[in-house]
Design a protein around this ligand. Sequence first.
Ligand code: NAD
Length: 251
Amino acid sequence: MILEGKRALVTGSTSGIGLAIARAFHAEGAQIVLSGFGEADEIAALCREMDAQHVGADLSSRAGVEALMDAAGEVDVLVNNAGMQHVAPVEEFPVEKWDLIIALNLTAAFDTARRAVPHMKAAGWGRIINIASAHSLTASPYKSAYVSAKHGLSGLTKTLALELATDNVTANCISPAYVWTPLVENQIPDTMIARNMSREDVIENVMLERQPTKKFVQPGDIGAMAVFLCRDEAANITGSNITVDGAWTAQ
Ligand code: NAD
């Protein structure tokens, strides 16, 4: 078990990709700090399952991130995964949604890293994994805030990698294309409106249209990649943006 004795914080880990990463880290012996929203009994069950701590702070505010980092304490592995999406043409894009998406998908990652790095440097080991997206490398219409935040997250990751290069602390992005999670399911109704399409058309002709394998990525695939990045053999993988996208960005 490669993460025995290590403490791992995974933001947005009550659902989807973050939950899969937390489970994969738990299987490797890490102490888990869960974050995110959800039903109290479901979160309690996750805490029992992984013998984990849960912090329910809202990471779209700096105060929320500070509260999370105060509660989480010193972490050896930081996964910035919490994120949200909104789909609308730029001229109709609600400005409050722009602010929220930039705050949660980008600024929170700066603030968690800022707080986590001193311990990682002192310990002489650390892993920062930012869950970006194929949209950190390419764009799609109607996702101005998300694409901007994810491109920014990729830039932040490269900067962290350079600053921490001699500290045995790596920083990487994992960039999935469509993974079947609540985040994806929830954007179908707005995409149906924005593109005047049926649900089936959105799935087949928008989501999977640009995914050459024609298959959704599985949350566990991202968990496995996150575990690999924690291995000693991954010490020289830093500053990378690793796609798990069924060749989406190869096009
Ligand atoms: P999800 O909606 O299933 O889970 C999001 C998690 O973030 C949940 O735990 C939720 O409670 C938490 N969260 C949401 N708002 C929060 C807030 N304000 N404060 C704290 N926690 C908050 O989403 P997912 O599909 O698992 O996505 C996880 C990450 O992966 C996101 O950053 C997303 O952009 C990225 N991603 C997802 C896909 C995909 O197809 N699902 C593709 C590429 C990238």
